[in-house]
Design a protein. Structure first.
Lengths: 284, 291
């Protein structure tokens, strides 16, 4: 294989195969638990033994008969849906402000928006619980929504501002020169160019909220829980393969979300996004 | 192109960051303040007695049980982060050398997978893998490395393994990003000066990636300190961590003690940031010399 001009020439040898094998091992190690869950979801026996003795679909049917799971799943969905939308609204504004304008103490603002990332989620959950208790901000789903929004905000701001950096200012200025007011410029020039990042950020915020456990645990009360919390309680009490069936469904749903995201973003945009490796920018 | 800074900022534009700022300040910092306030209250005989006191702090730090929990939590987080780094860095390095998107995308998805599922699912998967009748035990017995079923759940090491899995995306992607930013011409210059691949890596590439690695390690450490599901499910009652204890205290309505525990957790996270900042500054100076 000819190295391209300017690339570091390297011997194709032990190092390359060693690294490749190591990567393969790591990927296997990461896929193994999930694969095992899928395999176990078809287990005939209640007791999780490997190798599984037989095949059955009963646990999938059993999902529906577990108490609390249905309402919790529905609550999680609504919360995640609202969180994903609201987070983008807040984050787009904040990201645009951060990237396009030089505020005094620019770094401080950025650190401020990233701060929920830095604090242990359990501590945040407890603190939020206490705050909402004192404000009597309890009941229904808004406590969860607010907290999840803050948990997702750093990721959204990160992804969106990284994308905005690559959008040429000239396109916006051209639109303004042609007579568009700032709002129209934003809607017709900036936002369309942010599309891949917006889609990814929205999906990511949804997933963060949907899977959020550490904060939800402290906000939950009887009759007002989310799916991960209920699943935690379920797993602590018993480990029959119903959990495996439910987990398999959830994993498939996540993959489906990924596919939807990939379909909405045009292949060329996605390729550019992947190659630029924007998934988890941790700057500042 | 790129970040364009204007001279002077129109006052209106502050409105852009207003919603985010308001949320973060009011809810996030507001709740932290409330946490502090509660930690100075007293909890006696099941009732909350208002007034300023260090009673809760005394109860926390005076109890060997709590101190041991804190120690376990720190040990767990440090071990998981260290193991995670040892696995993630070579993996990121290998990924960096991959050029075809067709191989990259599946690898990305697998590495990203812990973020697609909740911690409960990850823990359950590891329960299946590490239990006595699980896959690991089966594999070890089939290879005749052991002659009895091996139980890795409810042990410290089992929790470390599962946590490492959960930490992978938070380590691999930032390290990969940092590796990508290492300029090729610097490596070429080193090689032109006669360095072999190992010396190039050790004296050029590795130091240049240090800030990114330290940053990733700090995030991973904070996540590990706060982890609830993995230690609770894989550790059972044997591996007791701070998050679990805080939950127990809160459910027992001992708000002051739960608040103290949360503040301790917060201080640990802030300590990690402090240390990572100090270390980064050292390496940043080194990197500036290389540039």
């Amino acid at each position: 294989m000819r190295p391209a001009l300017g690339q570091v020439r390297s011997r194709p040898d032990v190092l390359r195969w060693g690294l490749g094998a190591f990567l393969g091992l790591v990927l296997f190690f990461m896929a193994a638990p999930i694969l095992l869950i899928v395999v176990n979801s078809f287990n005939r026996e209640r007791y999780s033994v490997f190798p599984p003795p037989g095949f059955s679909l009963q646990w999938y049917a059993n999902i529906l008969s577990v108490p609390n799971l249905g309402p919790a799943a529905w609550a999680s969905f609504i919360i995640a849906f609202i969180v994903s939308l609201l987070t983008q609204c807040v984050a787009v504004l904040a990201a645009y402000g951060l990237v396009r304008f030089r505020y005094r103490g620019h770094q401080a603002w950025r650190t401020l928006f990233m701060s929920p990332l830095v604090v242990p989620r359990v501590a945040f959950g407890v603190a939020a619980f206490i705050l909402f208790l004192r404000l009597r901000f309890v009941g229904d789903l808004w406590p969860f929504i607010v907290v999840h929004l803050l948990v997702a905000l750093p990721f959204a701001v990160s992804i969106l501002s990284a994308s905005l950096v690559h959008i040429p200012r000239e396109t916006e200025e051209a639109a303004m020169d042609l007579g568009a007011n700032p709002l129209r410029m934003f809607a017709e020039v900036t936002l369309p160019q942010m599309r891949p990042a917006l889609v990814i950020s929205t999906l990511f915020s949804f997933i963060i909220s949907w899977d959020q456990l550490d904060t939800s645990l402290f906000l939950a009360r009887p009759g007002q829980t989310t799916l991960p919390v209920e699943m935690l309680f379920f797993t602590e009490q018993q480990q029959d393969p119903t959990l495996a069936a439910l987990s398999t469904v959830l994993v498939l749903a996540s993959l489906l979300l990924l596919l939807i995201g990939a379909a909405v973003i045009r292949p060329r945009e996605l390729r550019r996004f992947v190659m630029r490796n924007q998934t988890l920018p941790e700057e500042g | 192109m790129g970040i364009d800074r204007r001279e002077g900022v129109p006052a209106r534009s502050y409105g852009l960051i207003a919603p985010a700022t308001a949320l973060v300040l009011m809810v996030f910092f507001g709740s932290m303040l409330g946490l502090f306030a509660y930690s100075f209250q007293q909890f006696r005989r099941g009732r909350l007695i208002p007034g300023f006191t260090l009673d809760a702090y005394a109860r926390f730090f005076g109890d060997a049980y709590y101190l041991e929990i804190l120690l376990t939590t720190l040990r767990l987080a440090a071990t998981a982060t260290a193991v995670g780094l040892l696995v993630a860095y070579p993996a990121a390095y290998a990924l960096n050398r991959l050029r075809s998107p067709r191989a990259l995308v599946p690898a990305y998805i697998v590495l990203f997978s812990p973020m697609l599922v909740s911690a409960v699912v990850i823990s359950y998967g590891w329960l299946l893998l590490l239990s006595e009748q699980g896959l690991l035990s089966f594999a070890l017995r089939t290879l005749h490395l052991v002659d009895r079923p091996v139980r890795t759940i409810f042990t410290f090491h089992g929790v470390v393994i599962a946590m490492t899995h959960a930490l992978m995306p938070f380590l691999v992607f930032p390290i990969l990003s940092t590796l990508r930013h290492v300029r090729e011409d610097l490596k070429e210059a080193a090689q032109d000066l006669g360095a072999n691949r190992w010396r190039t890596f050790r004296y050029v590439t590795f130091p240049l990636t240090m800030p990114g690695v330290i940053g990733a390690a700090q995030v991973a450490f904070t996540l590990s300190v706060s982890a609830f599901a993995v230690p609770a499910l894989i550790g059972g009652g044997r591996v007791r961590v701070l998050s679990r204890q805080i939950y127990a205290d809160l459910t027992g309505l001992d708000f002051p003690l739960a608040a103290v525990g949360s503040i301790v957790m917060l201080l640990v996270a802030l300590g990690a940031i402090l240390i990572s900042n100090v270390l980064t500054r050292r390496y940043f100076e080194y990197g500036a010399q290389v540039r």
